[in-house]
Design a protein around this ligand. Structure first.
Ligand code: DON
Length: 558
């Protein structure tokens, strides 16, 4: 009898642990984490429980995502880390890829026309990876653990394997043809030329060895050792541009975060070469001129869509790496927002022929000088990190022996004015290719402060929809005080100026969709727009974390 009871208790405990492991919503007082994968969240939580701070845990999560979610991000890609520390210090670390030294403006043109195949897959698509150097930098400056300590749990997962879920296999299948072209990648992710299936184990021995090498020898193993050498050799044989010296000279850049206010809150965002912080701020500035909680749901959705359109027209023209292009600070000027808001009619969708002209007086350079996850600890340190290899499995390249998926971030440059990139985004001179330049990004890690302390944080994956997802979550939280699950779960919209159409999730209320059509919006219904993760400090002081209800993500806390 006792044995049966114990067995039953054991079963119930295991079952409840399993449920906790897969929860998309978590609470805690000592720490919380939200990522797109239960293994990454678990590794981050264990680091917190082991005395690590939010920075240690975030790096642990980032490295784990490179193993269990490698189609989205990894050490072959880049990241932006936005940190608000318990002592009030704010850090925006730019671990974005750079164009190789031999890159040039017209490198993706063939017979005068941009060839998207060149910027999206294969050797020319790859920028110098930045994520690992950024991890090392934040650990050294703000963490309490070494890279060796936080990388080991992920090395173990890579070595021993993990079970593939439906989200993973869906993405793998979508990239099957690309991966088939690169034997190094095919050997890991395909089985006889076909994607692994749900329930299969994915073992990544080479990636485990690379992680072990980093644990033993530090990040030089990657940037100045065997990994850089193997990649450079492979590139040279295939017409790629990346050299050992590109790897050796990579450095992450600490930047000054974008700061704006919204209805009494302070909003921290990521500055160029992300467009995220600028345009989240710009759209919020426009919305602040409307009493949006009093508008009908249809009018409010319309105003938000119009504000998105105006901001993306500016993005197309003005935004790029601030080391190369003048990005006007006036874009986030409140007076400029009032001017833009004046162009919005409540009755109808207005044409936006071109970008605006932000005030000149303020023409400074910002900060001269895809997956999102978030972690907070009990001391009050908050980390919001978005990282990516760009499109699914990046360039498709895994140089044999490294296990590292190389990004295709070069496609985030404007290969040619007027030619859209993989996300349909246009760009101008500000975002043309140049040696050592960082391609413009939409990644938008965002932290909201009230009286100087973080109360909300959000970020997303999904190309340009990253900006509009973060924006909508902020509005739902700050204007409508919605619970985290609703901030992320409610139907989203997205407008990026060109093409002139409004993406709406199919779940958006049918009456609102009808009203938007009547105002002249070209609606494009979509099953789902992007994937966001968020965190909040509740009024009772406890922390909450939420992973996007659209996927099999995981939030944990204790
Ligand atoms: O940095 C950027 O904006 C893009 N490379 C992000 C890519 C992304 O979100 C892919 N997901 N759809």
């Amino acid at each position: 009898m006792l044995r049966t009871l114990l067995l039953l208790l054991g079963f119930l405990l295991t079952a409840s642990l399993a449920v906790a492991e897969e929860s998309q919503e978590a609470k805690g007082t000592h720490g919380v984490v939200a990522t797109v994968h239960p293994i990454a969240s678990r590794i981050a939580l264990d680091i917190l429980k082991d005395g690590g701070n939010a920075i240690d845990a975030a790096v642990g999560a980032g490295l784990a995502l490179g193993v269990v979610d490698g189609f989205n991000s990894g050490i072959g890609g880049g990241c932006f880390l936005l940190i608000h520390k318990a002592d009030g210090e704010t850090v925006a670390l730019d671990g974005r890829e750079t164009a190789p030294a031999a890159a040039h403006r017209d490198m993706f043109l063939r017979d005068g026309v941009a060839d998207p195949d060149l910027s999206r897959k294969g050797p020319l698509a790859v920028g110098v990876p930045g994520a690992l150097a950024a991890y090392e930098w934040v650990l050294g400056h703000h963490g309490s653990k070494s890279i060796a300590e936080v990388i080991r749990p992920s090395a173990k997962v890579a070595r021993e394997g993990f079970t593939l879920g439906a989200d993973y296999v869906r993405r793998l299948k979508s990239a099957e043809a690309k991966l088939r072209e690169f034997p190094g990648a095919a050997a890991i992710f395909l089985n006889d030329g076909h994607a692994l299936e749900v329930g299969d184990q994915l073992v990544q021995k080479d990636l485990a060895a690379t992680y072990d090498g980093i644990a033993q020898h530090g990040i030089d193993h990657f940037y100045k050792g065997p990994i850089a050498q193997a990649v450079a050799r492979w590139m040279k044989e295939r017409g790629g541009l990346l050299t050992e010296s590109d790897f050796a000279s990579y450095a992450p850049i600490p930047r000054v975060p974008i700061r704006t206010t919204y209805r009494g809150y302070e909003i921290l965002g990521f500055p160029p070469p992300s467009s995220g912080g600028v345009h989240v701020a710009q759209i919020l500035n426009i919305l602040e001129t409307f009493d949006i909680t009093r508008l009908s749901a249809a009018d409010r959705t319309h105003v938000i869509a119009e504000a998105m359109k105006l901001a993306f027209a500016d993005r197309t023209h003005w935004l790029g790496d601030p080391g190369f292009a003048k990005v006007p600070r006036g874009l986030i000027d409140k007076a400029y927002a009032v001017k833009l808001a004046g162009k919005i009619s409540l009755e109808k969708a207005s044409p936006v022929p071109s970008h605006g002209l932000p005030p000149k007086a303020d023409e400074e350079w910002f900060g001269k000088h895809t997956t999102h996850f978030c972690v907070a600890d009990g001391q009050g340190n908050w980390v919001a990190c978005t990282q990516t290899v760009n499109t699914t499995y990046g360039s498709g390249i895994v140089v044999p022996g490294t296990g590292v998926v190389l990004n295709n971030e070069m496609d985030d440059f404007a290969a040619q004015p007027g030619k859209p990139n993989a996300f349909g985004l246009l760009g101008a001179d500000a975002n043309a290719v140049a040696p050592g330049k960082r391609p413009l990004s939409s990644m938008s890690p965002t932290i909201v402060l009230q009286d100087g302390r973080p109360v909300f944080s959000v970020g997303a994956a999904g190309g340009p929809t990253i900006i509009t997802q973060a924006l909508q979550a902020v509005v739902r939280r700050l204007d409508f005080k919605r619970p985290l699950a609703e901030c992320l779960g409610q139907a989203r919209i997205h407008h990026q100026w060109q093409p002139d159409r409004l993406l709406v999730e199919e779940s958006l209320d049918a009456d609102i969709q009808r009203a938007l059509r009547a105002k002249g919006h070209q609606l494009r219904p979509s099953k789902g727009i992007g994937v966001s993760q968020a965190m909040a400090r509740h009024p009772d002081g406890s922390l909450g974390a939420q992973s996007d209800p659209r996927i099999e993500g995981s939030a944990l806390g204790y």
